[in-house]
Design a protein around this ligand. Structure first.
Ligand code: ASP
Ligand code: MG
Length: 465
């Protein structure tokens, strides 16, 4: 049985122009002996433009739609020209854009945009980018073989955020990828794309290419998954706020999931699940600063695995989620009445508004939301049974680390480090590996610096670069 040792995923910034695409090809060529499977995102910003295009079509705004289509065509063809690509690839790009043009006209004519059609529009970024990737890979001596991801990753029918069906996908992997690997070819797939059992295209949700890579890595039984991006890996803090931020060499899945959830934009949180369940380590690596040879952490990247080495430091990193709103729900009438929490949750569920952090007392509940679009409706609905107060310009600071579990007194140390800075809410997650705090958004830089200084000054070389 041919074994693929590594699934390599290149994000939008690693595919943004001809230079980036050439770098991607060089990195894949370096891994050739490991029989890689390559997953590429759309070129940077293309998916946003496709979303805009769908909206413009829906509104019948032909000028905007035409401009976006022309821009996409121009960018892909210019990049192909810079890669000295062949006429056949140019024709394939033109063909896809023709198909997209038809679809856009259809949306405009019908004046309706279902999830299914939205996914069809969004698919073009990841259908175009493998065409460019293939040219550069072949030039780098890699026999890349494009495979339609919509036929490999099988999902349910929740368009725009479909969930994978693993057993079906496994069969497709065996049928469509294994023979290519056996033949010495390098399967090349667009990320983010999948398809239903009936073969209708779906997508895995924005940022979903990481998820594609993790699904494939798990199904192929790969030894590792590499997520190539434009940062050096996961850092102890945002370097724009804490200039002293350090690279984390190794972190556990659990820790990484908390971070992904609380604002660290490096990874899509759901990404980690298939990799975590099958124990395949995930590396986050910088395609702009790559070094030949397998990743080893000493030099680059962050390794995310089931177990991370123990450290002296209580925390691995600090992340923050800025510009959030705290909603206080107070009801003395509901004192000791059951169903109060349920009534509150129903309101948020009804409005499809995710809640990030919660703290409760007998008569009040405080929770935080990042997406404020439905706030007026939420306040209205809550107002029917409670007093509601909303406070904006807040931020969640989150300290993450597995040592938290068995280090007593850490919360006290955190408050001491914050000094007079006001902490509005606090919660220690059930996972017992994070402490979350709500502070004023304006205080974030100062709070981050104080915490970083206090907890990340003297670090273990085994875990931190
Ligand atoms: N291109 C898709 C997006 O921007 C998927 C991805 O890049 O992961 O959401
Ligand atoms: Mg991306």
């Amino acid at each position: 049985m041919p074994t693929c040792a590594v699934v390599m995923k290149f994000g939008g910034t690693s595919m943004e122009d001809a230079a980036a695409i050439r770098r991607m090809a060089a990195i894949v060529a370096d891994r050739a002996a490991e029989r890689p499977v390559v997953v590429v995102s759309a070129m940077a910003k293309v998916t946003d433009q496709l979303a805009e295009l769908a909206q413009a079509a829906l509104k019948g705004d032909q000028e905007t739609a035409g401009g976006l289509l022309a821009g996409l065509r121009e960018r892909h063809l210019a990049t192909l020209a810079q890669l000295a690509g062949d006429g056949e690839t140019a024709a394939a790009i033109e063909h896809l854009l023709g198909e997209l043009g038809d679809l856009v006209r259809g949306i405009a004519a019908v004046g309706e945009l279902t999830g299914r059609t939205q996914d069809a529009v969004m698919s073009f970024g990841e259908r175009l980018s493998p065409l460019l990737a293939r040219v550069a890979l072949r030039q780098a001596g890699v026999r890349a073989q494009p495979v339609d991801a919509r036929q490999v990753i099988v999902t349910d029918e929740q368009f725009t955020h479909a969930r994978p069906l693993y057993a079906e996908s496994q069969r497709q992997v065996e049928e469509r990828l294994m023979p290519l690997l056996a033949d010495g070819a390098t399967p090349l797939l667009g990320g983010f794309l999948a398809g239903t059992r009936q073969g209708v295209g779906t997508t895995l949700g924005r940022g979903g290419s990481d998820f594609s890579a993790a699904i494939l890595g798990a199904l192929l039984g790969a030894q590792r998954i590499e997520i190539w991006t434009d940062v050096d890996g996961m850092l102890t803090a945002d370097p724009r706020v804490c200039p002293g931020a350090r690279r984390i060499k190794a972190i556990s899945f659990q820790e990484a999931a908390e971070l992904a959830y609380f604002g660290a934009k490096v990874l899509h949180p759901a990404t980690l699940l298939p990799a975590m369940h099958s124990g395949v380590p995930v590396w986050v690596l910088n395609s702009r600063a790559w070094l030949p040879g397998p990743p080893d952490g000493a030099r680059t990247g962050t390794r995310i695995a089931t177990r991370a080495p123990r450290t002296q430091a209580p925390f691995k990193c600090i992340s923050c989620k800025r510009r959030i709103v705290v909603v206080d729900v107070v009801s003395t009438r509901m004192l000791q009445a059951h169903g109060f929490l349920k009534a509150i949750w129903d309101v948020f569920a009804e409005q499809r508004c995710p809640v990030d952090m919660v703290s409760t007392s007998e008569v009040s509940v405080s929770l935080t939301i990042a997406d404020t679009r439905a706030l007026p409706e939420i306040a209205d609905a809550l107002g029917k049974f409670a007093d509601v107060r909303c406070e904006g310009r807040k931020a969640i600071l989150c300290l993450v680390g597995e040592n938290l579990r068995d280090t007593p007194g850490l919360a006290g140390q955190v408050f001491a480090a914050l000094g007079e800075l006001n902490v509005r809410m606090i919660s220690q997650g059930a996972s017992e590996i994070n402490i979350g705090m709500v502070v004023d958004d304006d205080d974030v830089p100062e709070a981050m610096r104080r915490l970083h200084e206090r907890f990340f000054s003297d670090l273990d070389a085994a875990v931190f670069a």
